[in-house]
Design a protein around this ligand. Structure first.
Ligand SMILES: *Cc1c(COP(=O)(O)O)cnc(C)c1O
Length: 363
C-alpha cells in the first residue's frame, strides 16, 4: 500500500505544481482532499483553529455566512463584519475590528474572494493592507473556490497564508476534489492546533507517499481530471485565460446594462468594480417568479441559469461565465435568457445581444 506508483505519483506531483503555479505560490504545501468546497473549509478550520479560539469572517453574503456557520459548528467563534448588499468586503471594518482586538485573540481572517451567490469579488490586496495597518498577526486565509482560474490571484505577493479551493468551478472538473495550500507559517500553526482531526490533518498528509497524502486511496479519476484541466489552462496561457474571463464577463455586463433599462431586472452588484469575472447576479423586481423564468430558460431554450441562495432566494438569477466557456456559449446563453424573459413578460431594455456582440468584437 505504501509503495510508490510510477504512473500515479507524477500525476499527483503535476497537480500540486500546477495549483502552485495557478496561485503564484513558490513553495506552499498542497493538500488535496476527496471532498467538495465545504470539506476544504472544514480542513482549514480543523488545521488552523483550536476550539474556543476566534476567527474573523468578513461579510460577503451567503458563502461567508455558511463558512462562519461551519466555524461555529466546530466550536470556533466567528466574528463578522456587516455586509451591505451589492458591495464587496469593507476593508475599513476589518481593520477596525482587528485594531479593537488588542489581545490578538483572533487567529485568522477567513475571506471569500468571490462570493458566488452575490457575484461580488472583494479586493484581497485591500484586505491585506487592512490586516497590516492594524498590525495584527492573524493568518490571512482566502477561499478561491469560485475565482481560481477566472480571476488573477497571487498568493505570495498578497501575503496570503492559506488558500482553499475546489475542482468544479473555474477548474472545469467534476465536483469531488477540494484543496488547501498552506505557507510555512500556517503549517507551523497547524502543528500546535489542538482540534481533534485525522482525515484532514496536514501533519499526516505532508508526506511523499500518495497513500498518506490522501489519507487512503487517492481519488485517481479526479486527480487525472485535474491534471488535464491544469494542462488546458497552461496551454491556453494563464494571461489569456484571465483575459477571456474578463472579456466574457464584460459581454454579459453589457447585456445586463441594456436589459436594466426596462426597469424589471438589473445588476445585484451595485459597485461595478466588484462585479466578478465568474458569475453575474441579476436582481429582479418584486413579483417576478425567478423559478418560472429558470424553468422556461431551461426547458424551452436549453439554458441553465442559477437561482438565488440564502437571503437572495427569489430575488436574483445568476449567469455563470467561468471555466470552459467561450463567446458563442455566452451569446447563446444571453439569447436564451432574453427569450425566456420575453415569454415571461418581463420588461427588458433593447439592444442587449448587440451590445454583447459589440463588446466581443471590439476586444
Ligand atoms: C461553491 C462554493 C463553496 C462551496 O463549495 P461546495 O463544493 O459546494 O461545497 C465555497 N465557497 C465558494 C466561494 C463557493 O463558490
Amino acid at each position: 500500500m505504501d509503495m510508490a506508483d510510477e504512473r500515479l505519483d507524477p500525476v499527483i506531483a503535476r497537480c500540486e505544481q500546477g495549483l502552485r503555479r495557478l496561485l503564484h505560490s513558490a513553495s506552499g504545501d498542497v493538500f488535496i482532499y476527496a471532498c467538495n468546497g465545504h470539506g476544504a473549509w472544514e480542513a482549514v478550520i480543523a488545521n488552523l483553529v483550536s476550539p474556543g479560539q476566534r476567527v474573523l469572517v468578513p461579510g460577503t453574503g451567503h458563502f461567508s455566512d455558511s463558512w462562519a456557520l461551519q466555524c461555529t459548528a466546530m466550536g470556533v467563534e466567528a466574528l463578522r463584519t456587516t455586509w451591505t448588499e451589492g458591495l464587496p468586503i469593507d476593508p475599513d471594518a476589518v481593520e477596525q475590528m482587528l485594531r479593537e482586538d488588542t489581545e490578538h485573540t483572533i487567529v485568522a481572517v477567513f475571506a471569500v474572494h468571490t462570493d458566488t451567490a452575490s457575484g461580488v469579488s472583494s479586493d484581497m490586496s485591500a484586505l491585506r493592507r487592512a490586516i497590516d495597518n492594524a498590525r495584527h498577526p492573524a493568518l490571512f486565509v482566502v477561499d478561491v473556490v469560485a475565482s481560481l482560474g477566472a480571476a488573477p490571484f497571487a498568493m505570495d505577493a498578497l501575503g496570503v497564508n492559506v488558500v482553499l479551493g475546489a475542482s468544479q468551478k473555474g477548474l472545469m472538473c467534476p465536483p469531488g476534489l477540494g484543496f488547501a495550500v498552506a505557507d510555512e507559517r500556517a503549517f507551523a500553526v497547524s502543528e500546535s492546533v489542538t482540534t481533534p482531526r485525522y482525515y484532514w490533518d496536514w501533519r499526516v498528509r505532508k508526506s511523499p507517499l500518495a497513500y498518506r497524502k490522501f489519507c487512503g486511496t487517492p481519488p485517481q479519476n479526479l486527480v487525472f481530471g485535474l491534471q488535464a484541466a491544469l494542462q488546458l489552462i497552461f496551454e491556453e496561457g494563464l494571461d489569456q485565460v484571465m483575459q477571456r474571463h474578463s472579456l466574457l464577463a464584460a459581454a454579459v455586463h453589457a447585456a445586463v446594462q441594456c436589459w436594466s433599462a426596462g426597469g424589471a431586472v438589473g445588476f445585484f452588484a451595485t459597485d461595478a468594480q466588484a462585479r466578478s469575472t465568474s458569475v453575474t447576479a441579476i436582481q429582479v423586481a418584486t413579483g417576478i417568479d425567478v423559478d418560472a423564468l429558470r424553468t422556461v430558460a431551461r426547458e424551452r431554450f436549453q439554458v441553465a441559469i442559477a437561482g438565488g441562495l440564502g437571503s437572495l432566494q427569489g430575488r436574483v438569477f445568476r449567469i455563470g461565465h467561468l471555466g470552459d466557456v467561450n463567446a458563442p456559449m455566452v451569446l447563446g446563453c444571453l439569447g436564451g435568457v432574453q427569450a425566456a424573459m420575453q415569454v415571461q413578460n418581463i420588461a427588458f431594455g433593447a439592444g442587449a445581444l448587440d451590445a454583447a456582440a459589440d463588446c466581443l468584437a471590439r476586444a
